[in-house]
Write a protein that binds this ligand. Sequence first.
Ligand code: ZN
Length: 409
Amino acid sequence: MIATIDPNRLWQSIMDIAEIAPTPEGGSCRLALTPEDAAARALFLRWCQPLGLHHEQDAIGNMFLRRPGTDATAPAVAFGSHLDTVPTGGRFDGIAGVLAGLEVIRALHHAGVPTKAPLELVNWTNEEGSRFRPAMMGSRVAAGELPLDTALATTDDNGISVARALSDTGQAGTLIPAPRDWSAWLELHIEQGPVMEATGAEIGIVVATMHARYFQLTVTGEPSHVGPTEMNRRHDSLAAAAEIVLAVERIALAAEPFGRASTSWIENIPNARGNVPHITRLHCDVRHNKAGEAIAMETSLRRTLSDIAARRGVRIDVDPYATFGPIAFDTKLGALLRAKAADRQLPTRDMIAAAGHDSVLMAPLVPSAMLFVPSVGGITHNPKEYSTKEQIAHGAQVLLDTVLELATA
Ligand SMILES: [Zn+2]
């Protein structure tokens, strides 16, 4: 029997979960390990229940939903993504991957199609890193790249730790986070860029990722009064940070078209009217499809920081807290995705992922691949983020066809 994706069922699930913590502009805001994230997880579990999946959860909150295979000893074929969002989240980033995975299992279940290998559907914790840094936290911990204790001790901007958020939302599982017994890892994701739409590709075969380097910069100046303190006696951390923000942007502009760099977070102390700020923290990242170029961007940034520090009499500490990539995804799995897309007459295009994804953490551990579906207008991390019902269904069908081949071989 042939298992076929139901585009309407998949679309309806994506629309239904978007109603949890909707934003006025049509997106969703479900930061990791908030009550809203927990509500989305609960709905997801409710959908999994009639499918007879075995639910396991690890101590960082990663969710694993297992459909048994006919061969209990075979390693599982795993797939999924993340349900958490950024504050200005759309309806598709991450969610499309988890719910396409759910649809794969629903389609197999309703068609009565068994697989030889078990299947595992995954929702990774805190992929976005908006509330707790670093991004891809759950998969980092599972991959052994980030110690569990370090992750649990990480706090958000209100001083709430990951451990506390996990227990408050009932998401701390009992499994020790660790690599699992998988033969393959697959992730469907929206492109988050304009290339596929512009070139008419329906399925993006992600062959590699960029290399990204993340920093926390702490600028330390001197507290003083905005009135009496003459301009030449000030050591204003925020003014220094302003120079840094523009320097970060300049470094990326000089590395176009593949260079990207941003300052995405700022904390200013005491952030009080009447005070010249004396501590300003920034989170920045530089990235490029060539690792050497990303490192050169960092070198250039560090040189600029030394110059700003010397000129303004402030101290600038650099904490390089995370990196990802560059990852080359498994070429055999890439070829299989390409072949399955061709079987469905879906035009493909090889893609490089500029964003970080949980697949980056899986790639060194297990043969891994990602497939993209188009993002209308390339808009993402924005309530206007959109992919059509058909585009997502096409991606889910290719995912299903690929999973079936891997799990029955
Ligand atoms: Zn994502």
